[in-house]
Write a protein that binds this ligand. Structure first.
Ligand SMILES: Cc1cc2nc3c(=O)[nH]c(=O)nc-3n(C[C@H](O)[C@H](O)[C@H](O)COP(=O)(O)OP(=O)(O)OC[C@H]3O[C@@H](n4cnc5c(N)ncnc54)[C@H](O)[C@@H]3O)c2cc1C
Length: 280
């Protein structure tokens, strides 16, 4: 099966997650919408569960071999410019998109500089930082749903905190930015990246914030107030630098991270909800 598509059969999933945790699994890399449709159809025909993998910056893979078929859109990587509008494919890396914006004097996404995501993953999660989120810039989203490619207009889209109402596979989106002096864009990118470096444990593998904010409740603040920073299970540790992050300090296993998550939930007793996607 899947002989027609680029794939890695026994992929070391550690290398496909910013957490650097995981067993082995199969990853498919379709090169076109046509191939993607065929892959999905074949998964369905053969009763295989599949999962769309972006840059793996918000996922925790299990320690054992994954049964789910991973589908990466990394080959969907075109950016098309039309004035201040950009059509961006889902597989475009956010570092690359920010570089493209800088080179083309387009401002708006500087807040995202340093988020190790794919564009499609960021849209799916409505990723954001420093008071902005990707949903603010989206005009329409290209989706593959029930075997059909369709564009969803801003009117039909609902972006909320770290979530969107987009069902289906995001193939790309059109975003609206504004022309700006290159020097100013670079200054802003540098500023936001410095903010990240000074507050986030970028020197260790992680998946960003583990828990979603809950209304006014900021999990990192509560975890900090309970003096849980530095708490460790196996190789996983609540970051000393940012209490909202669990870091892979020393060859952590998924079970270490999950045990630490349970521990935090017990201690905080606030029914916190994970922001990361845990694959089992
Ligand atoms: C150091 C660090 C800092 C971070 N900082 C931030 C931050 O400031 N703000 C923030 O919001 N997040 C942040 N994150 C978390 C993470 O980068 C975001 O959640 C990001 O949106 C995930 O994108 P991804 O491409 O890595 O998706 P993945 O982690 O691969 O997948 C996440 C989810 O998106 C789905 N998905 C991915 N691509 C598609 C697609 N094309 N169509 C449909 N579904 C798709 C997946 O199925 C999965 O459910 C950070 C993470 C790290 C490690």
């Amino acid at each position: 099966m899947f002989e027609y598509v680029e794939k890695i059969k026994n992929a070391d999933l550690k290398n496909y997650s910013t957490f650097k945790i995981g067993g082995k699994g199969i990853i498919l890399f379709p090169k076109s919408i046509c191939e993607l449709k065929k892959v999905i159809a074949d998964c369905k025909k053969n009763g295989l569960d599949y999962f769309i993998l972006g840059n793996g910056s918000n996922v925790l893979f299990p320690d054992y071999d994954l049964k789910i078929t991973l589908i990466s859109l990394k080959n969907f990587k075109k950016i098309k410019k039309n004035g201040d509008f950009l059509q961006v494919d889902a597989g475009v890396n956010m570092f690359f998109l920010n570089k493209y914006c800088l080179d083309n004097h387009l401002s708006g996404l500087e807040w995202s500089y340093g988020i190790p995501a794919s564009f499609g993953g960021l849209v799916h999660m409505n990723g954001g930082a420093y008071g902005s989120c990707i949903g603010d810039f989206i005009k329409k989203v290209k989706v593959l749903k029930n075997g059909k490619v369709m564009w969803m207009d801003k009117d039909g889209l609902n972006f909320s905190y770290r979530a969107s109402n987009i069902k289906g596979i995001i193939l790309g989106a059109e975003i609206c930015l504004k022309s700006e002096d290159k020097v100013k864009i670079e200054e802003k990118q540098r500023y936001f990246f410095e903010c990240r470096k000074s507050t986030q444990p970028l020197e260790y593998p992680s998946a960003g914030s583990i828990f979603k904010r809950k209304g006014e409740i900021i999990p990192a603040k509560i975890i900090d107030e309970l003096n849980l920073k530095g708490t460790r299970v196996g190789g996983a540790e609540i970051s000393q630098k940012h209490a909202g992050f669990i870091i892979n300090k020393d060859n952590a296993k998924a079970i270490d991270v999950l045990a630490l998550i349970s521990y935090i939930k017990r201690k905080t007793n606030l029914n916190l909800e994970e922001e990361i996607v845990v694959l089992r």
